[in-house]
Design a protein around this ligand. Structure first.
Ligand SMILES: Nc1ncnc2c1ncn2[C@@H]1O[C@H](COP(=O)(O)OP(=O)(O)OP(=O)(O)O)[C@@H](O)[C@H]1O
Length: 316
């Protein structure tokens, strides 16, 4: 549904050239929900603006929704929906009129029916006559979704869809996005600053940093492959017990890192569940006594920290 090769954008400023996006290769399959994450200034918006035809690339190529981005941007525009960060609705126009206008712009043949169906599905029934300025934050975002979907695009771009919403409205919007994919097979490409959103909603995540994709995979894959599980062993067996445990475990194939602090040994392992028993047996055989043992799963923030050197929470 999206395929880019070496997609790049350089801005020329008074102070010289800014390489906002430096050669991005990415693939999004039909029906996927893909999250695009990165620290501030990483190149997310620039990439999104290129993919939605709002900004011309300075290099590279891309096929979006079946059409070439550079040679046929008009065809791309007809096949995609785009919900910008602040949404596009005019605050002083009633909901129904706003939807009708959008449907006319795209020449939707069965306008009335399409709008009624979207309002039903996105819980906007009964709000037709309200000005968009009079909607709650959640209702407003659902209207933005309806506006992006009115022409039945197979591919929808969402720029930070739930920023500023309370947790309940965020969860509700996730449900609507999931349902849209389940019922219509809509492909979704979204940017977000919320790691829990990426974790709960996205099939796959791409992390961009300084204009380059630095990691890609399912949330579970990224956590396992990049951050790894953490096994913390507390040793109750004299002052050098943690160091003895580390030595006994050295060369163990599943261990990526081992760090001793006081009487604690902290191990980063590929697959904590699988390794746990072997670790305990090895320590037992070496005569090292364990006082306690904890297994901690990494979060997406750990992944983010590993690949960008920054916590997304700090970077956001
Ligand atoms: N019109 C422009 N002129 C010059 N530089 C720009 C322009 N737009 C973006 N940039 C620069 O390109 C880089 C990438 O910006 P971009 O807005 O794509 O990042 P982002 O990942 O979307 O960040 P944020 O999370 O803050 O929205 C930044 O260094 C930014 O300052």
């Amino acid at each position: 549904m999206i395929e880019t090769r070496g997609l790049a954008r350089t801005f020329t400023t008074k102070h010289g050239a800014v390489e906002a996006v430096c050669g991005v290769d990415l693939t999004v399959a039909p029906g996927e929900i893909v999250g695009f994450l990165g620290p501030n200034g990483a190149g997310k918006t620039t990439t999104l603006r290129m993919l939605t035809t709002l900004l011309a690339p300075t290099a590279g190529s891309a096929t979006v929704a079946g059409h070439d981005l550079r040679s046929d941007p008009a065809a791309v525009r007809r096949r995609i929906g785009y919900v910008a960060q602040g949404g596009g609705a005019d605050p002083l126009v009633p909901v129904r009129e706003e939807l009708d206008l959008q449907a006319r712009l795209y020449d939707v043949p069965d306008r009335g029916e399409r709008i009624a169906r979207l309002c039903g599905r996105l819980d906007l029934d009964g709000l037709d006559g309200r000005l968009t300025a009079e909607l709650s934050g959640g209702q407003r975002r659902r209207l933005d979704l309806a506006l992006g979907l009115v022409h039945r695009p197979p591919l929808l771009f969402l720029d930070e869809p739930t920023t500023g919403l309370d947790p309940q409205s965020r969860g509700n919007l996730w449900e609507h996005i999931r349902r849209m994919r389940a019922e219509d097979g809509t492909t979704v490409f979204l940017t977000t600053h919320y790691l829990d959103e990426a974790d709960a909603l996205c099939d796959r995540i791409l992390i961009i940093d300084r204009g380059r994709i630095v990691a890609a995979g399912t949330p579970a894959e990224l956590k396992r492959r990049i951050a790894g599980d953490v096994v913390t062993l507390e040793l109750g067996d004299g002052p050098d017990a943690a160091a003895r445990a580390r030595d006994a475990l050295s060369g163990h194939p599943g261990i990526r890192e081992a760090a001793v602090t006081g009487d604690t040994l902290r191990l980063t392992v590929e697959n904590g569940d699988r390794e746990l028993m072997t670790l305990v047996r090895t320590l037992d055989a070496a005569g090292v006594e364990l006082a306690a043992l904890h297994l901690t799963r990494p979060s997406l923030d750990d992944v983010f920290l590993t690949v960008t050197g920054r916590s997304l929470r700090d970077a956001a």
